[in-house]
Design a protein around this ligand. Structure first.
Ligand SMILES: NC(=O)c1ccc[n+]([C@@H]2O[C@H](COP(=O)([O-])OP(=O)(O)OC[C@H]3O[C@@H](n4cnc5c(N)ncnc54)[C@H](O)[C@@H]3O)[C@@H](O)[C@H]2O)c1
Length: 276
């Protein structure tokens, strides 16, 4: 079996949420670069325009294969509009990346190894929790709900949810509210995979470790904030969105035809523990 067949995504109809930045933009990039038709969606209209212009300028037919629609995952009707636009254009939706997500502030330990009193357990903000749940958990659910009817009609589909390694792992430098919102997302992936298998729809997660993006106001772009993660990571570096290209291609392509309900962990070995 040749890799170009096994990992072939040419001509697939793909939709990505949170595609204007970071990991979602990386998914859109790798799908478009390999011949898929990609609808980028995001709540941030200006950033979305810039992302789409960037991809369209890359040649190789990308200008015709890349489209966009402003969609906020807290507003189901905007996702329905985006899915309807994909169906009007391509007649089908093969791959959905439910990716949009937000941070919920820093963890209870600072990069310097001291307690962050502002993030102490008793001070965790319920407003922030509601927002994290609305985007990270409910947002993924409504994104999947927007896509499932078309996938059921087709009798096929791939749903790929960006989760995190902190689904199951504790993270002192990451907000308790964030890891809690994402933990439930892990069960959403498993339960949806179980129910939707009968319709030929595969549901999987990509579980990244800390990745340098714009999340949390771009906190991980700062060397000092990255330091504890880098020190503790067995590979001593953080991921960039490019480190997730392979997992995205795998889960979108024939290579993963017998994989559902899984989490593809891409964390440089962070879950193994640390040698420091
Ligand atoms: N960066 C990391 O360390 C890391 C690690 C594990 C998982 N993740 C997850 O990866 C996903 C992508 O995050 P990222 O790190 O690329 O962040 P990012 O901030 O670079 O990109 C997230 C994008 O989502 C968009 N977005 C935010 N709220 C939205 C909403 N309500 N509706 C639609 N779009 C919305 C933002 O405008 C932004 O363009 C998130 O689900 C995040 O939890 C990130």
């Amino acid at each position: 079996m040749k890799s170009e067949t096994l990992f072939d995504v040419r001509g697939l109809s793909v939709l990505v949420t949170g595609a204007a930045s970071g990991i979602g933009f990386g998914y859109a990039e790798v799908m478009a670069a390999n011949g898929a038709h990609v609808m980028l969606t995001d709540a941030d209209a200006a950033r979305l325009d810039a992302a789409v212009a960037d991809l369209r300028a890359r040649g190789g037919g990308a200008a015709e294969r890349v489209t966009n629609s402003v969609a906020d995952v807290t507003r189901p009707e905007t996702l329905n509009t985006a899915v309807a636009a994909v169906l009007a254009r391509r007649g089908r939706l093969d791959v959905l990346f439910a990716n949009a997500g937000i941070s919920a502030g820093p963890g209870f330990m600072s990069a310097g190894g001291t307690r962050e009193e502002a993030s102490a357990f008793e001070r965790l903000s319920l407003e922030t929790f509601d927002r994290a749940l609305a985007v990270n958990l409910r947002g993924a659910l409504v994104t999947m709900q927007a896509a499932v009817p078309a996938m059921k009609r087709q009798g096929s589909g791939r749903i790929i949810v960006t989760t995190t390694i902190s689904l199951t792992r504790t993270e002192p430098h990451v907000s308790t509210l964030y890891v809690t919102s994402k933990a439930a997302l892990g069960q959403l992936v498993r339960q949806a995979a179980l129910e939707l298998a009968a319709y030929g729809i595969l549901v999987n997660g990509i579980a990244p470790g800390p990745t340098i993006t714009n999340i949390g106001n771009g906190r991980l772009q700062d060397a000092a904030a990255r330091e504890p993660f880098e020190r503790l990571n067995p590979l001593h570096r953080l991921a960039t969105p490019a480190d997730l290209y392979g997992a995205a291609l795998f889960l979108a392509s024939p290579a993963s035809a017998y994989v559902t309900g899984a989490q593809v962990v891409v964390d440089g070995g962070a879950c193994l523990g640390s040698t420091h």
